[in-house]
Write a protein that binds this ligand. Structure first.
Ligand code: AMP
Length: 279
């Protein structure tokens, strides 16, 4: 496994595109969720590239950026074990120079869910991922559906700009109690850990209500949110029932749908979602 830090070396290493190449973009502090993406890439391609970069452009909150966990040795071991060939770990100045003049935005897919609560976030994601696609020239790129809105935004960017890249959405890897694995879980206080799992518990109770005949999207969101709020240190930012493609908030359920939420558990902001089969 090769570790690369400069754009020049990355370009040179990747100049020959004779193998099916995959890219797994991450912000590091890797866990089993990231490892599952790398393993999927290993199975489905010949050259597996992992990018580790805490992208300052996508943080709308300085404290969140400053407290974002970093652990390069641990990340390297996970990449190696999961089968990566190339790990790119650039500094911010290597990656961004003095900062981009370009702006990218996707209003249609960012007006709901995290969009209004994280101004500038998806713009930062779009710009960095577009840049990574140009740098790596991958045939496939792997994204977790835990960040469902991000997955859809990237999928749509690739469609709109005709990037010749397959975007592969991977299932969310969870702890035993259902909590979605996340680098931010490290910052949860021990007394908040159980309350964090109330988000997925709420989604599953809403799913049960749907399967028992309640097809009112607003009711389902409220059922899930009420479960989350049984945690005294939980503060819910939003709970929404949306169309899996357009991310529009549903007034009626006619097929599959996604229930998604963002919740502050103590100081830590967590997101998760569940795709529920409607038919
Ligand atoms: P991050 O480092 O949090 O930016 O995540 C990098 C990639 O890993 C993104 O595509 C995430 O959606 C994905 N990811 C993060 N957590 C999980 C998880 N628990 N299960 C599956 N994929 C995940």
């Amino acid at each position: 496994m090769k570790i690369i830090r400069s754009l020049a070396e990355l370009r040179e290493t990747l100049s020959v595109r004779d193998k099916v190449r995959s890219l797994v973009p991450t912000m590091g502090y890797l866990h089993e969720g990231h490892a599952s993406l790398i393993r999927d890439a290993r199975r489905e391609s010949e050259q597996v590239c992992v990018n580790i970069f805490v992208n300052p452009l996508q943080f709308n909150n300085a404290r969140d950026f400053e407290t974002y966990p970093v652990s390069e040795d641990h990340d390297r071991a996970i990449c190696e074990e999961a089968g990566a060939d190339i790990v790119f770990v650039p500094t911010a100045s290597e990656m961004l120079g003095a900062g981009p003049a370009l702006q990218m935005a996707m209003p249609a897919l960012t007006k709901n869910l995290c969009g209004p609560f994280r101004p500038g976030h998806f713009e930062g994601v779009l710009l960095i991922v577009a840049k990574l696609f140009h740098l790596f020239l991958p045939h496939k790129a792997y994204f977790g559906k835990k960040d469902y809105q991000q997955f859809r935004v990237i999928q749509r960017m690739v469609e709109d700009l005709s990037f010749p890249i397959d975007i592969i959405g991977c299932e969310t890897i969870r702890e035993a109690d259902g909590l979605a694995m996340s680098s931010r879980n490290k910052n949860l206080k021990p007394e908040h850990r159980e309350q964090a799992a109330l988000m997925i518990r709420g989604f599953r109770i809403a799913e049960k209500a749907f399967n028992n005949g309640n097809a009112n999207p607003a009711d389902l969101a409220e059922i899930a949110q009420d479960v989350m709020l049984t945690g005294p240190d939980n503060r819910v930012e939003y709970t929404q029932v949306v169309d899996p493609e357009t991310l529009e908030v549903l007034q009626e359920i006619e097929g599959d749908f996604v229930i998604a939420a963002a919740m502050h558990c103590g100081e830590v902001r967590l997101i998760d979602n569940l795709l529920i089969r409607g038919g």
